[in-house]
Design a protein around this ligand. Structure first.
Ligand code: AMP
Length: 441
């Protein structure tokens, strides 16, 4: 199949239509792991972001829109030890010879923006948009995927951690999701964590051969990340690994206690998850994940976040504490599907205009109705009454406004309810808007 439409059919009036035999599969398809999102699903995506904004903006968070492409060093500087940066990043040399990367995540970009613009602290920012990772595409895992998130820079207060986690929780509530579990851990202070990493290295190192080859490699680069392995063969050694809680110093333990009591005070349930870690060296103290209980356990992370220090510094700014999270749109919507909440909206308009006099009346009436604040659609191409009424019914409109030759001559229009059992009536054109308003409200 070539996918090319060789000859287009000419129609009266110069309109052209693809031939009926036009092959369904086109020559060009989206790249693996990348998707077109069409309405009404795209409408759901936009509402997802709207709901997120409606939760975080009243808490003082302002939208930040970093570019999708940055100097690749923004990401390598802070994430070299992670797969996301070392193996999955779309990095390339641009025509000016710069090494750039499509962002694999947005925390580093937000920190870079902070260093560049130095907004006053606390800087409370939220973001939404696509990231890029060269991963093996599968359900809930794509090469271009969207996240929403928040980052707060400049505050070291555990109550801010509570606020940030609560925003994530309230967002899931606003979507209508119920089967979400908040998993919580503390990575301790850098010194606690360093002792823990040593203990992990010793634990896994003593029984190296019992690990999978992938985990042996991870062990070299980042022993913490071995705990992330979902491979069955690693499970036994992970189960007996030392726990971070036993390595927490006093400062981190107090921070963690305040965090937990704050969540209790807000009525947000959580589960301690001693093996929950994040790979970057910059993460410390609070770390958390939202797990979707309806999803397959290997892919059930809806989102996660935590506290980090040193990220801003690594990008050339002053030492600045930070905390934030990123929530994946795709998996969250899969969880919504599983729970039957936050579905794709039904698309419909208020009014559908049927005009069998040539189309100019429909042009005038739709314009009028739209300017009055109501939505309106119409049929095109001078189609028959039957075809236009079919389109009207398909549109989901509440009423049809019909203009034929008689109505045009009399300066009237027929208003026909398309749902319910209301009667159709004939109204004069100057009365049309008032009448529609009465029918629709
Ligand atoms: P991360 O930035 O890796 O902490 O991921 C945060 C969230 O983004 C995850 O919990 C997922 O919901 C989502 N996510 C990460 N990578 C992908 C991907 N390749 N495809 C779809 N969603 C993703």
């Amino acid at each position: 199949m070539t996918g090319r439409c060789a000859v287009w059919e000419s129609r009266p009036g110069g309109a052209r239509r693809p031939p009926v035999s036009c092959p369904a599969v086109s020559e060009f398809q989206t790249s693996p792991g990348m998707r077109d999102v069409l309405a009404p699903e795209s409408e759901r995506w936009r509402r997802f972001v709207d709901v997120f904004a409606s939760v975080v903006e009243p808490a003082g968070y302002g939208l930040v829109i970093p570019p999708m492409m940055e100097d690749a060093a923004v990401f390598t500087r802070v994430g070299e030890a992670t797969d996301v940066v070392s193996k999955e990043m779309y990095a390339f040399t641009d025509l000016g010879g710069r090494t750039v990367a499509l962002r694999p995540e947005q925390t580093a970009s937000v920190c870079r923006a902070f260093v560049q613009h130095r907004p006053t602290t606390p800087w409370k920012a939220w973001y939404a948009g696509p990231n890029f990772r060269y991963e093996k595409p599968q359900r809930g895992r794509y090469r271009q995927f969207d996240q929403v998130g928040v980052e707060v820079l400049g505050v070291d207060d555990p109550y801010l951690d509570v606020e940030v986690i609560a925003l994530g929780w309230r967002f899931y509530e606003a979507l209508g999701l119920r089967q979400v579990t908040l998993l919580l851990n503390s990575l301790g202070e850098p010194a606690d964590r360093a002792r823990y990493v040593d203990a992990l290295r010793a634990h896994f190192g003593a029984d190296r051969d019992a690990l999978t080859a992938e985990s042996r490699q991870t062990l070299e680069r980042n022993p913490l990340r071995v705990l992330d392995s979902k491979r069955d063969a690693d499970a036994a050694l992970i189960a007996t690994a030392p726990q971070l809680a036993d390595f927490l110093g006093k400062e981190a333990a107090v921070h963690f206690d305040v965090l937990r009591s704050g969540l209790d005070a807000l009525g947000i349930p959580f589960r301690d998850e001693p093996r929950l870690v994040r790979g970057l060296d910059y993460y410390l103290r609070t770390t958390f994940e939202f797990a979707g209980e309806t999803l397959d356990s290997a892919q059930n992370a809806l989102g996660g976040g935590g506290r980090y220090d040193g990220l801003v510094e690594a990008l050339g700014g002053p030492a600045t504490p930070g905390v934030g999270f990123a929530l994946g749109l795709d998996r969250t919507l899969l969880a919504c599907d599983d729970e039957g909440v936050f579905g794709a909206p039904e698309r419909s308009v208020d009014v559908f205009v049927v005009d069998t006099t040539g189309g100019a009346e429909a042009l005038a009436i739709t314009e009028h109705v739209r300017r009055s604040g109501r939505s309106a659609d119409r049929a095109y191409d001078g189609r028959s009454m039957k075809a236009q009424m079919k389109a009207a019914n398909r549109s989901g409109a509440a009423v049809a406004v019909i203009v034929g030759d008689d109505e045009l001559a009399a300066g009237t229009a027929v208003v026909r309810p398309l749902r319910g059992d209301g009667e159709q009536i004939v109204v004069t054109r100057p009365d049309l808007l008032n009448h529609l308003e009465a029918v629709l409200s």
